[in-house]
Design a protein around this ligand. Sequence first.
Ligand code: SF4
Length: 446
Amino acid sequence: MKVAFHTLGCKVNQYETEAMREQFAAAGFEPVDEKAFADVYIINTCTVTNLADRKSRQYIRRMKKKNPDAIIAVTGCYAQISPDELAGLPEVDIVAGTGEKGNILDYVTEALRLGGNSRTAQVHIKSRKQLCEYQDRGIITSMESRTRAYIKIQEGCDRFCTYCLIPFARGQVRSRNPREVIAEAEALIGKGFKELILTGINTALYGSEEDFAEKYPDFRPELSGVEKILAEIEELSGDFRIRLSSLEPTVVDGDYAQGLMKYSRLCHHLHLSAQSGSDHVLRLMNRPYTRNDYLDIVRRLRDSDPNYGITTDMIAGFPQETPEDFADSLKLMEEAEFGRVHVFPYSKRPGTTAASMDGQIPPQIKAERAAELIRKADETAARFLAGCIGEKRTVLFEEEEGGFFTGYTDNYIKVYVPAFGAAGLLNSFKEVRLLEIYKDGMKGEI
Ligand code: SF4
């Protein structure tokens, strides 16, 4: 039986797809490429914007056309938030919410036993209240890359930013058992992975639930948040580095971020979602920091390393965003000199507080503001890269493309080194001098 997986959205979804893939393979299914003909298609969806929902529906239709007899199982955040919408699509056989990913194998097996696809979709959803225990899926070590591996350490969010559906889609904050995390890190290092990326829905909330200290009393009680697990992984032996997939300024401040500089294996790069540079809009978003708090984190990190890489997300056209608020966002981008920015025009998500706010911005203005943010992002990224010319940074080489070996610096710049005469670079660390801006990164020499 052939099974294909398609993932939309964040790194946590990618990790969870790997977990499902391993589970299906262990049960005797043959995982195939997502574009191949398969008997079962598993679609792991995202619902962060309307566009993400639309992409999931398009993919579902495309796969059903490829094989009209295939079982189509849809899981992920879109399935959790809009199960009826998905169950109403004639192509869909199984809808399983975020707390049901571990059970999809059983649901698919049952559907196959009953003779394949049916007219009515089976729906399996747990409520937010039921999404309260971390569901461990065992040790996951088969990543798409041979070099970088994700480790999921945490699930859920309790911040309720007014535009965001994630706390509803992912449930309460719960941390993975630290011993499981360490066992997975050791297994990945043993398999030769050189970069471990700690990921979660709101990674900064690791260990923050009330009963964490009760469950794991000996586990670094003197440390808080993600440091609890970072300190342990830092001490493992092997040739590897650590990256945090993101930290939320809704949780961490400048002191905390500066404290992370003591971990020598930790890359000098943080994805810190700003979302807006205006205090007025941040208040409307229910994000409890100001632009100054945000810039304080940036300053503290760059005091230690002037080319510390910071990437971010920005929303254009949040309800009631004035031209002055928007100008503050552009200014923040100037000041923070981001290495990369993901820009989203504000997307109204039903059920969130922001969806029913007065002062919704017309689509045309949202699009214009998003385009301007993208222009500014290109400009600041070019300035950030120009500031790195002549610097030596550690690159982990991952691929060979178009006559170059490519990899990322610790501060998250893609580096291109001519492949000629540079044999044996893949999956190794090298000190590289950065020479000039090239494509989406920089050219370098070893
Ligand atoms: Fe959503 Fe805010 Fe939680 Fe991030 S911190 S997942 S934006 S609610």
